[in-house]
Design a protein around this ligand. Sequence first.
Ligand code: C5P
Length: 209
Amino acid sequence: MKTIAIDGPAAAGKGTLSRRIAEDYGFHHLDTGLTYRATAKALIDRGLPLDDEAVAAGVARNLDLGGLDRTVLSAHDIGEAASKIAVMPSVRRALVEAQRGFAAREPGTVLDGRDIGTVVCPDAAVKLYVTASPEVRATRRLDEIVAGGGVADFETILDDIRRRDERDMGRADSPLRPADDAHLLDTSEMSIEAAFSAAKSIIDAALKH
Ligand code: C5P
């Protein structure tokens, strides 16, 4: 069993990249952000508070990884709520356990998130840290929204991205940071195709060993 760990900040393009990589290698893929989002959504749907760690951890322990729906969970408010419960150690413990169970699947897995290389799968066969400047990430997010027929404002999106980075990098438990042995991939100046082929060369080289 081989695990490819892909970490990086919000809107860096790691979701698209991870799906393509999983498809290419015939591996199972888990977007671990969805586990935090689904936990947050379950709390909101049941009218439960987002600031009660014991309640949130109870919901996290009962999460079904098979029922994660990206379309439903991609809403902006759910992302904000997810990053609030993601600071809670007992929520993280419950979700990390489920993520490690997923990582053991054969023939291999791709997990993407914030702490895969550092905490969830420190022994991953290969680790990528995918990033891009906040401005580039905000532009990509804006283009996505506009392509979907929505309306948004660049400065508001940029503020959101900076706030989310601060929360994800500044938390005490499992902050977002590259693992010491991660390969850094800055996609600021790269198309998705270029990012994919750069990632593939790194992974091919690592999986040969
Ligand atoms: O990647 P995505 O935007 O879906 O993640 C939502 C939030 O979940 C992130 O802002 C982060 O706070 C949290 N998260 C995390 N650890 C992960 C994946 C996501 O803390 N492995």
